[in-house]
Design a protein around this ligand. Structure first.
Ligand code: WTA
Length: 648
């Protein structure tokens, strides 16, 4: 750990915006950025009012911000709008025949939808939902592969005011069931399956399993994609394609209050249960609209591709809502980056003329490992801007991205944000900011970020501390579904009135932010945040396990890899066979991405006297580094000595 921070400290290369890029950028002068930033902080209401006016409101808002019930912010109170109308209806006249979504399936099938066509499909979809009795305020779970119907499902829910809760299709039936229960969902939208590395990933069977005994779900809409055989429950299950064909292509958008819930999206926390992060309509749309416009510098002829899955916040904000609100041409891809070959993404960039490309550091590290020859085969000269998100990018990967993908002519925007923030918070502006590899640079408009000590004093340059956001922003979370207490404790109890994102950071002498990772116990595997507690509870649900502690260790490829320390039950045979069985068990319970990379058996775990497992020590042991932290609270020192023995 300390090594990673060290190498970052020594990073002093800087990259000013390339002049050719800058000459055409939406924002191209540092003075302009500083002027706007200053205004957005000194007089946020005027700033955000100016931006929000650009959206098509059904009824105007009376007030920009009401922070009187902090930490529950209310933005654009009294205003009415509909997120699907912001994404679709407003473009019908100006760009109805322009491509909205250019989708490619893993097998190479292509679907191109204009704004007019997407609008019609979303209206039909919305009517299908209504016919099935789904109404404003109902929660709908979406568990789908990356097919156009996924984007349509999200927008159709928004159109009728139903709250979508997208569950990443890599999650297991159990994880889906937990999220359906927590959100009180009454319908599920899914597909028979999706294509993943040449194989069918069956989804409908997982939905069936998740719904056993869940009578509250009255409807399952099924898109046909892979034609795998599936079971069918008459009355509950509906083929989406047939229903769409029969539905009318006209559906007036439901006028939603700015503060009406738009969606729930579950994210891991440091204690067991996933948190249903709540985002509302007005502020979220204003935030994603503006960040997309300036961070990705979108212009009319851009072909924009964000490689995330819509199952994560990046897909919500920067595949669906932000880009469509801006009238962009959005590329969407179903498959993995290395199927059928490791050059697949670059092949797609060439084929569709991608100009703006947004991906994650874990993907970039995989591309580096697979070799430059898979990149060099393709013409990437149309690319003009690159982005990254999800975890800190190591300078080596940044430089590789810059040279090999960007041909040294594309700025890189390293964007820091979270499910909770709804949109990008710390980021370069590509025509303005001189970038430094590994730094997400400076705050976006309206973001008052700082590095504070635990007690809340602002730290000096280059001192590591806790990242803090000192003012409300439009796309901020409005709560955790069904758990106000946890919302206050998790994000607002570190310092009064200040948002605590849970990341460590330092700010350098130029005011640039360098993120140092999570300070709690969440593991970030390939850009996916997983709760150690969730993996632990999956492990202890196995009969051969008494106790388990899970930590992340640094991994060149996936950012972090999961290491599980497991105390076997009496009579259980600790060894490779049990380790393999447990890893498989976690994959079934949570999903493959949670499968531990390593399982170590131990008779006891290091604990404090109050019984808390000392994950901090386990992290050092897992990483194979010397334990440097304070061990004075440990209950039994012999446990540590034994655990370290496993490293020899
Ligand atoms: C981490 C993803 C460093 C961070 C949008 C944050 C980053 C968590 C960056 C949120 C970045 C995200 N540099 N770290 N550019 N972007 N992170 O909710 O720890 O899946 O708190 O949202 O990812 O992950 P989430």
């Amino acid at each position: 750990m300390s090594d990673a921070i060290e190498s970052v400290l020594h990073e002093d290369r800087t990259f000013p915006p390339p002049p050719a890029f800058q000459a055409q950028a939406r924002l191209s002068s540092l003075e302009e950025y500083e002027r706007l930033y200053e205004q957005s902080i000194q007089d946020p209401e005027t700033f955000w009012d100016g931006i929000a006016k650009e959206l098509p409101w059904i009824e105007p808002y009376q007030r920009v911000l009401d922070w009187s019930q902090a930490p529950r912010a209310q933005w654009f109170t009294g205003g009415k709008l509909n997120a699907s109308a912001v994404c679709l209806d407003q473009h019908l006249e100006s760009r109805g025949d322009q491509t909205a979504i250019l989708w490619e399936g893993e097998p190479g099938d292509v679907v191109r939808l204009t704004y007019r066509e997407l609008h019609a499909q979303v209206c039909r979809f919305a009517n299908v939902l209504r016919e099935r009795g789904i109404k404003r305020g109902d929660r709908v779970a979406i568990y789908m592969p990356m097919i156009p119907e996924l984007a349509m499902a999200v927008l159709a829910c928004a159109r009728i005011g139903a709250v979508h809760s997208v569950v990443f299709a890599g999650f297991s039936a159990q994880a889906l069931a937990d999220r359906i229960d927590d959100g009180g969902c009454t319908a599920v939208i899914t597909a028979d399956g999706g294509w993943r590395r040449g194989k069918v990933l069956p989804l409908k069977p997982a939905v069936d399993e998740a719904l056993v005994g869940r009578e509250g779900v009255h409807t399952v809409l099924v898109a046909r994609r892979t034609e795998n055989e599936i079971d069918w429950i008459e009355g509950r299950d509906v083929w989406l394609g047939e229903a769409l064909q029969a539905a009318s292509a006209e559906c007036a958008p439901e006028p939603m209050d700015a503060e009406d819930l738009l969606f729930l999206l579950y994210t891991s926390g440091s204690t067991g249960k996933p948190k249903g992060i709540m985002h509302t309509t007005g502020g979220y749309m204003v935030g994603t609209y503006l960040t997309t416009r300036y961070v990705f510098d979108l212009r009319d002829d851009d072909v924009y591709w964000c490689t995330a899955d819509v199952g994560w916040i990046t897909g919500h904000s920067y595949i669906v809502y932000g880009p469509l609100a801006n009238g962009a041409r959005v590329v969407m891809y179903e498959g993995a980056p290395n199927a059928p070959h490791p050059g697949r993404f670059w092949e797609l960039c060439e084929k569709h003329g991608v100009t703006v490309f947004y991906t994650a550091p874990t993907a970039i590290r995989a591309f580096m490992k697979w070799g430059d020859e898979h990149v060099e085969r393709y013409d990437l000269s149309k690319l003009r801007l690159l982005g990254t998100v999800g975890e800190p990018i190591n300078p080596e990967a940044w430089i590789w991205y810059h040279r090999t993908i960007g041909g040294e002519r594309c700025p890189i925007v390293d964007t820091w944000w979270q499910t909770e923030t709804g949109g990008i918070m710390l980021t370069p502006l590509p025509g303005v900011t001189t970038t430094k590899p590994g730094s997400c640079t400076r705050p976006f408009f309206g973001v008052d970020a700082a590095v504070l000590s635990e007690s809340g004093t602002e730290l000096e340059a280059n001192q590591g501390g806790l990242l803090a956001i000192r003012r409300p922003w439009p796309s901020m979370l409005r709560g955790i579904w069904g758990d106000e207490q946890r919302f206050r404790e998790t994000y607002w109890s570190q310092w009064p009135g200040i948002y605590f994102p849970g990341d460590g950071a330092r700010r350098d002498a130029d005011g640039y932010f360098w993120i140092m990772g999570r300070v709690d116990d969440v593991i970030n595997v390939s850009g996916h945040r997983l709760s150690t507690m969730e993996v632990e509870s999956a492990l202890v649900s196995h009969e051969s396990v008494v106790e388990a502690a899970v930590v992340g260790r640094p991994d060149d490829l996936t950012g972090q890899a999961i290491v599980a320390f497991v105390t076997p039950a009496a009579g259980a045979q600790a060894g490779d066979a049990l380790a393999a069985e447990l890893a498989g068990h976690v994959a079934t319970e949570i999903g493959k991405l949670a499968r531990p990379a390593e399982i170590r058996f131990t008779d006891a775990l290091p604990k404090t006297r109050s019984g808390k497992i000392m994950r901090r020590l386990l992290r050092d042991i897992a990483a194979g580094v010397e334990i440097v932290g304070d061990t004075s609270t440990i209950e039994d020192y012999s446990v540590l000595a034994k655990l370290r023995g496993y490293d020899d």
